[in-house]
Design a protein around this ligand. Structure first.
Ligand code: GAL
Length: 670
């Protein structure tokens, strides 16, 4: 934990209010009243910190930081590269990103700089070093926040300018050594695409080469490394006079950057969470997605993370923007802590008066000061976080189950042009995650470079691409007694997207032989019978053959492959490998994983049956707190095993307790 407390606060943009001293004073007074102990400053302040090239003005920021310090509020200090001042783009247009269609951005908006541009790098270095010198050892400042949502330019994180093309070619030279090796890895004799000169290579572009899977994959790897390189450049600059830890705020299942790799240059992971609460009456899909994101962020370093942004009421950028219903703000804030966050931070403290985000939710609205429902609910969260500090201190979730989630697999799978043109990797992952969420069994996400040891159960849905060394890791894991589960369309290509020849790399472990894969039209219904219940089979159906010692637990009912296996289990040394040959629905997965959880001895911490909408997760350490959350609109009664105490109310719980609609209780074992 930073400063031995759970952080509560958020983005604060006082530069928008410098002429209104009364507002700045009210800010501090109301922050204290709302139990705010941490704000993030400077995220988009470049034009106020350096109004003209080389002319810096830090006094306003210093006054604010000093004042916050006097009031016991700590500061996360951002570097302002997320948005560029107009003088910069006017004088040096090359700092602007070039899109895949070859067009250079015009000035404005944000998150749209070229991460290679030497001018951009030099200008931000100078500013960051000055910030470091001025504030790097200020006692109020606890953490550096590098830039903002790297790559968050409406989904396209890459710059295609000539400088980036050059860097890409250099990167490829390092990776492949020779053009022959590259041509082989990308299978370039196909459509006569053999390169004979490095300068013939271009980034993927809609009106140029866009269908070379090897190129697409390497470009995405390069973009991640280039962005990391830019981030590291900024880290180096803020470190010139400061040894504070650094973070960068990540986004919801963001495909543009491999966060599994990106986190390596940061000391701690943080992210911005904006679920679409109340988009329908059933909050479970959003709760599952938010929980999965929290689990993912925690898993990147297997350490507590920070919830860097969330809205206290609504956002302003979805098709329609519902308010959080009473209780939902507390519940969604507790949800983050439940899955490993050491903070609840908002975007933002005070609503801007003008411009694009003037209707985005904030702790303080344009009117009514502290006299609003949002402000009261925020204050309650702050109070509760203070109460929970001891229970949570030093703790983090330590799940015994893991789901393989890997960016390289995501990129390659959705580009595969395989049995299906459009895959939804995250959707499939969430389907599997949901079953565990409903059972109150926390999972980690691991990418293929991470260790599997220590997990009783590892699931790898749609694990199409195998990174180097991965198959061997799974072999060892299963041999030592692990339960490994994987599905159709797994183990198909290597890390340059070339298909494996002759055998599935894990054929010996899985005990099956893949032969064909079918994706028929909807009228070709099919089903399986599993443990006496009939389940429909979805649109992807693999035709597989079991090996001699493989147990077949369910078979196709229809079509020319009727009687062939859909669910198999294969003993491998001390462990077992399960295979699911067809796309199956949530109902089937619930039943199937129930059985696997028993085998792996995975139960929720309360040992209770959980109704739909309710989940449980535990952090290990501190007082081993158990968070019990109800995302349904109705109160529920739960019957836990053993004796518990409610950390907030001190109430003793023996055999049953009520959990109100949209609420979270934090319990500890007596
Ligand atoms: C985030 C961003 C913030 C703010 C917020 C609004 O993505 O980092 O600056 O724009 O969205 O929801």
């Amino acid at each position: 934990m930073i400063g031995e407390k759970l952080l509560h606060g958020g983005d604060y943009n006082p530069e928008q209010w410098l002429e209104s001293q009364d507002i700045l004073e009210e800010d501090i007074r109301l922050m204290k009243q709302a139990h705010i102990n941490c704000v993030t400053l400077g995220v988009f302040s470049w034009s106020m910190l350096e109004p003209e090239e080389g002319a810096y003005d830090f006094q306003w920021l210093k006054d604010i930081i000093d004042r916050l310090y006097r009031e016991g509020i700590c500061v996360i200090l951002a570097t302002p590269s997320g948005a560029m001042p107009h003088w910069l783009s006017q004088k040096y247009p090359e700092v602007m990103q070039v899109h895949a269609d070859g067009k250079r951005n015009l000035p404005g908006k944000r998150h749209n700089f070229c991460y290679t541009s030497p001018v951009m790098r030099e200008k931000i270095r100078q500013l960051d070093e000055k910030l470091s010198e001025c504030f790097g050892s200020h006692p109020a400042v606890v953490l550096w926040h590098i830039s903002n949502e790297f790559g968050g330019n409406f989904g396209d994180s890459s710059c295609h300018c000539e400088l980036c093309q050059k860097e890409f070619r250099e990167w490829l030279k390092k990776r492949y050594g020779t053009l022959d090796a590259l041509n082989h890895a990308w299978w370039n004799r196909f459509w006569s695409h053999v390169y004979t000169d490095w300068d013939q290579i271009h980034s993927p572009m809609p009106h140029g080469e866009a269908l070379s899977h090897g190129l697409n994959l390497d470009w995405k790897r390069f973009v991640t490394e280039r962005m990391m390189d830019f981030c590291s450049h900024e880290i180096q600059a803020v470190r010139t006079h400061s040894s504070l830890p650094v973070t960068a705020n990540f986004m919801d299942f963001f495909k543009g950057l491999d966060y599994g790799k990106f986190q390596e240059c940061l000391n701690l992971v943080s992210w911005d969470s904006y679920p679409f609460w109340h988009s329908s009456r059933d909050q479970v899909p959003e709760a599952v997605r938010a929980a999965a994101n929290h689990s993912l962020m925690r898993s990147l370093k297997k350490q507590p993370f920070l919830l860097m942004e969330s809205t206290p009421s609504c956002v302003n950028w979805k098709a329609h923007n519902p308010l959080k219903r009473p209780g939902m703000h507390m519940l969604s804030s507790m949800q983050a802590v439940a899955h490993g966050s050491d903070s609840v931070q908002y975007f933002q403290w005070r609503k801007s008066r003008g411009a694009f985000e003037k209707f985005h939710g904030a702790v303080l609205d344009h009117k009514n000061g502290a006299d609003t429902r949002t402000y009261r609910e925020v204050s309650e969260v702050g109070e509760r976080l203070e109460r929970l500090t001891n229970a949570v201190e030093g703790s983090v979730n330590r799940p015994r189950a893991a789901i393989v989630f890997d960016w390289e697999n995501w990129w390659a799978l959705e580009d595969s042009a395989g049995p299906r043109l459009e895959w939804d990797y995250v959707g499939e992952i969430l389907k599997h995650y949901q079953v565990f969420w409903e059972a109150g069994v926390e999972v980690d996400f691991v990418h293929m470079g991470q260790e599997l040891d220590g997990y009783a159960l590892v699931l790898a849905p749609l694990n199409y691409l195998y990174r180097q060394g991965y198959a061997e890791k799974v072999r060892q894991y299963t041999a030592k007694g692990g339960i490994y589960v994987t599905t159709y369309f797994s183990g198909i290509v290597d890390d340059t997207d070339l298909c494996f020849l002759r055998h599935h790399p894990l054929e010996d472990v899985l005990g099956i032989v893949q032969e064909e894969i079918d994706a028929p039209g909807e009228e070709y219904e099919n089903s399986i019978s599993y443990q006496g219940t009939e389940y429909p089979v979805g649109g992807i159906r693999e035709v597989i053959h079991p090996k001699e010692d493989t147990k077949v637990l369910a078979v196709y009912k229809e079509d020319f492959y009727a009687g062939m296996p859909v669910v198999t289990a294969h003993p491998y040394k001390e462990g077992t490998a399960w295979y699911l040959a067809a796309e199956m629905d949530l109902k089937f997965l619930r039943q199937w994983y129930k059985e696997l959880c028993v085998q792996a001895e995975l139960y929720n911490a309360l040992g209770a049956e959980l109704p739909y909408g309710v989940t449980v997760t535990q952090r290990q350490g501190g007082e081993d707190p158990v968070f019990v959350m109800n995302f349904s609109e109705k109160p529920v009664i739960l019957m836990p095993q053993g004796e518990w105490e409610d950390v907030d109310t001190k109430e003793r719980i023996f055999d049953r307790f009520t959990l109100e609609a949209y609420s979270c209780r934090v319990l500890k074992k007596k």
